[in-house]
Ligand binder design. Structure first.
Ligand code: GRF
Length: 197
């Protein structure tokens, strides 16, 4: 690993947090030169909060149910994140659309992972669509977040061949495992590009 200061990551989650775990593990293994400065969940019951606590990472719950307007929630999120001075905002299963104002504040510094080979299948139920359309190939994408859902510039993708034996569940699991390798690699790659720019 180079002598470059670790990238400061704020990770936003809503649920299980297996991608968060993969990032925590990659940092511990020394393959990702970063530090997670905080984990924020909109869901108080997200299991990812426990994963963060186990790794001694500060956690915050910002429950969207307490906010009427998306803009108000995002303003609160911005205030929460500011003191942590994150270089990058990492969306790891964060099931909320971010308002254009929030995206503009962190323009070019928000990454998301999506379970499809974008630009194919933005939005939900990607695995169902792959099976229904008889696609031979599937995968996942890490991309920059812009104001348009799942449309930002692609950083890195990982792909797999859909097997005739694949079920919804098997496909979901196989893509999920790909994500766990892809996301830390994509963050490191993105960080290297930022530094050499
Ligand atoms: C992943 O499938 C990711 O592609 C999508 O949300 C899911 C999050 O899973 N954006 P986890 O919470 O990281 O386990």
């Amino acid at each position: 690993m180079s002598g470059v200061a670790p990238l400061r990551l704020a990770v936003l989650i809503s649920g299980n947090g297996s991608n968060l775990q993969a990032i925590i593990d990659a940092i511990a293994a020394g393959t990702l030169n970063a530090t997670i400065v905080c984990v924020v969940s909109n869901n108080p019951d997200a299991y990812g909060l426990e994963r963060a606590q186990q790794a001694n990472i500060p956690t915050h719950v910002l429950n969207h149910r307490n906010y009427k307007q998306r803009e108000d929630y995002d303003a609160a999120l911005q205030s929460l994140l500011e003191p942590f001075q994150p270089h990058l905002i990492i969306l790891a299963g964060f099931m909320r659309i971010l308002s254009p104002g929030f995206v503009a504040t962190y323009a070019g510094r928000i990454l998301n992972i999506h379970p499809s080979l974008l630009p194919k299948y933005p939005g939900l139920n990607t695995h169902e669509q792959v099976l229904a359309n008889g696609d031979k190939e599937h995968g996942c994408t890490v991309h920059l977040v812009t104001a348009d859902l799942d449309q930002g510039p692609i950083i890195k993708q990982a792909r797999l061949t859909v097997l005739t034996s694949d079920t919804l569940e098997s496909l979901k699991q196989r893509v999920h495992s790909l994500e766990h390798t892809l996301y830390p690699q994509a963050i490191q790659q993105f960080s290297d590009q930022l530094i050499t720019k």
